[in-house]
Design a protein around this ligand. Sequence first.
Ligand code: FAD
Ligand code: DHB
Length: 410
Amino acid sequence: MPAHTTQVGIVGAGPAGLILGHLLHLNGLDSVIVENRSREYVIDRVRAGVLEQGTVDLMTAMGVGQGLSQAGLRHDGLYISFQGQRHRIDLAELTGGKAITVYGQNEVVRDLIDARTGTKRPLYFEADNVSVGGLDSDNPVIRFRHGDADHEVRCDFIAGCDGFHGICRPSIPDGVLTISERVYPFGWLGILAEAAPSSDELVYTLHERGFALFSMRSPKITRLYLQVPPDEPIDEWSDDAIWDEMLTRMTTRDGWRPNIGRIVQKGVTPMRSFVAAPMRYNRLFLAGDAAHIVPPTGAKGLNLAASDVLVLARALKAFYEQGRRTWLDEYSDVCLRRVWRAQRFSWWMTSTLHRSPDETAFDHQRQIADLDYLTSSIAAMTSLAEQYVGLPGEVSFESVGLTRRQEEQR
Ligand code: FAD
Ligand code: DHB
């Protein structure tokens, strides 16, 4: 059986696992990444699109920001639409120049996989029967089958970056984790369409018939979402029915509407808020969706995954370079503070912009009043803007060995 040893065993090659692996590499620390899907599957999976300023800065500082600077679409504002009218919120003006960047998670993951491959450090795709063990010892292990061989990786630490449905969180003994959860009575039907975006900025809409979101991936590709029941069978939506509903919800009184084009991808995602605490069990550290899920309305999930692993990389660097354990001990608390702020924001965006099956007339009028206040008060817009572009990070780039010079390579 091939046996390996490494400093940090990473389960999952999503944004969390790949960013962590690269941050460790930049600090001369060794890791093995184990992913159960194929490279193509991981890259092709259509998910997030909105990167906070801090995530863009991190990718750039890590030296993996080239694709982002070439193809990323910087947005200085966004629109909130209700009662047939769009209202612009100027993110940059309200936050001293910060913005978000639209760059598909597919591209983020592709860039990070390319960087990993360039380092020649191990990254196993299509690993079967992945499990973690020895969690009560100082040398936890990752076991998996790859090709015809069973592998065992002895690790100093394991980073559980294997998403919400992964194996790391469930490997923690019963009674250790406290779970906080909210499941929403709706999901998102998302499409990618070959249509030039008809707006330069995102449009979040609350319509009588429910939520809709206008986004994009490139100057030729529009990304749109519709609120639907959480278990909605996608096959029951013809392309024509999808366009009818999109246009009904999004067309505004001034005639703005998305451009129509060939639908090249569609799917339904349920929505939940979920936090497992603490994000650590002995030498196993959970990061990203493995520890917490936000409903997508605030566009926070990938960004939280990035900020978790920045905190973890700082702690591991200090441990190896100075024998310092305090940052490992503080990892969960430091991450959870940001996680809960993002949870609150995502819950608020979701409940303000979606129609609930059990809502009362009062609830709906309160939503409209909420949006009216939001779009007419500088204070309320500033609050949304500072959260949407991302609250300041907990740890500096310098603490993970990234210099300002690299950060400025944008
Ligand atoms: P994942 O991306 O889930 O990666 C986990 C990896 O682990 C996967 O590659 C998986 O295959 C692998 N894995 C799972 N089980 C195992 C196993 N047993 N062994 C080995 N590997 C395993 N976030 C934003 O910030 N902005 C947005 O605009 C945004 N929009 C979204 C829109 C939609 C429709 C959806 C669904 C999500 C959106 N998100 C958004 C959330 C974002 O996609 C996730 O939060 C992000 O992918 C989390 O990254 P991660 O690395 O923690 O987990
Ligand atoms: C996208 C996804 C989100 O969750 C969001 O809030 C905004 C945009 C997107 O996929 O483009």
